[in-house]
Design a protein around this ligand. Structure first.
Ligand SMILES: Cc1cc2nc3c(=O)[nH]c(=O)nc-3n(C[C@H](O)[C@H](O)[C@H](O)COP(=O)(O)O)c2cc1C
Length: 190
C-alpha cells in the first residue's frame, strides 16, 4: 500500500490549502493509499542560513521531518501561490530538508518519491502559476511529480460544511488526482 505524506505550504489556522489537503487525503484513503497528515506549523525552522547550519546543524524539527519523509513513498502537497510562486514556508522547509546528512543518501527525503501537487486560492486561477515553480523545484531534487494537478479557484466557496469539496467538478478532479498518486507511488515505491 502506498504511504503518502500530506501537508500544506501554509501554516495559517484557517488555510484553504490545509482544508484541501484534508479533503483530498480522504480521497487518497478511498483510493487505497495510507495517509499521514502533518501541519508544517509543528515543524518550525528558522530561515535557512549557512552560518547557522555550520554553528548548530539542522534544527531538530528538520531531523524529525526527515525521518517522517523517508518513511513515505509519496507526498500530497497543497501550496498557496504567493506573488505567482511558492510560499517561503514550503521553500524554507525544502531547503533545510535538502541539505546533506551524515550517513544518509543524497537528497534522501526526496529522491525517488512521488508527489501530487495542488493549490487553492480565492482567486480565479487557483494558484496555478505557483505550482509551476513547486513542480520545477521538486523535480530538480529527484521527486517524480505526476503530471496531473489540481488548482482550486474561488477556494473560500469550494468546501461543504463537512470539509469535503462541494463543487462537483473539483471533487471529481481531486478523486482522479488521488487515485493517480496512489497508483504511481505504489508502482515506483515497489
Ligand atoms: C504575500 C501574499 C501573496 C499572494 N499572492 C497571490 C498570488 O500571486 N496569487 C493568488 O492566487 N493568491 C495570492 N495570495 C492570496 C492567497 O492565495 C490567499 O491568501 C490564500 O488564502 C493563502 O492560502 P492559505 O489560505 O492556505 O493560507 C497572496 C497572499 C499573500 C499573503
Amino acid at each position: 500500500m502506498a504511504k503518502i505524506l500530506a501537508f500544506a505550504g501554509s501554516a495559517r489556522a484557517h488555510s484553504v490549502n490545509k482544508k484541501l489537503v484534508h479533503a483530498v487525503a480522504g480521497l487518497v484513503r478511498d483510493a487505497g493509499g495510507e495517509v499521514t497528515e502533518i501541519d508544517l506549523r509543528d515543524f518550525p525552522m528558522p530561515l535557512y542560513d549557512g552560518d547557522l547550519e555550520e554553528a548548530e546543524g539542522a534544527p531538530e524539527s528538520a531531523d524529525r521531518l526527515y525521518a517522517i519523509m523517508k518513511a513515505h513513498d509519496g507526498f500530497l502537497i497543497a501550496c498557496p501561490e504567493y506573488n505567482s510562486s511558492i510560499t517561503p514556508l514550503l521553500k524554507n522547509t525544502i531547503d533545510w530538508l535538502s541539505r546533506p546528512r551524515e550517513g544518509e543518501p543524497r537528497l534522501g527525503a526526496f529522491a525517488g518519491k512521488t508527489a501530487a501537487l495542488m493549490a487553492a486560492s480565492p482567486g480565479g486561477l487557483g494558484g496555478l502559476r505557483g505550482l509551476v515553480h513547486v513542480r520545477a523545484i521538486l523535480g530538480n531534487i529527484g521527486v517524480h511529480v505526476i503530471p496531473e494537478q489540481l488548482a482550486l479557484g474561488t477556494a473560500h466557496k469550494a468546501f461543504a460544511e463537512d470539509g469535503t469539496l462541494s463543487d462537483n467538478s473539483g471533487a471529481q478532479r481531486a478523486a482522479d488526482l488521488a487515485s493517480c498518486l496512489v497508483r504511481t507511488a505504489g508502482k515506483l515505491g515497489e
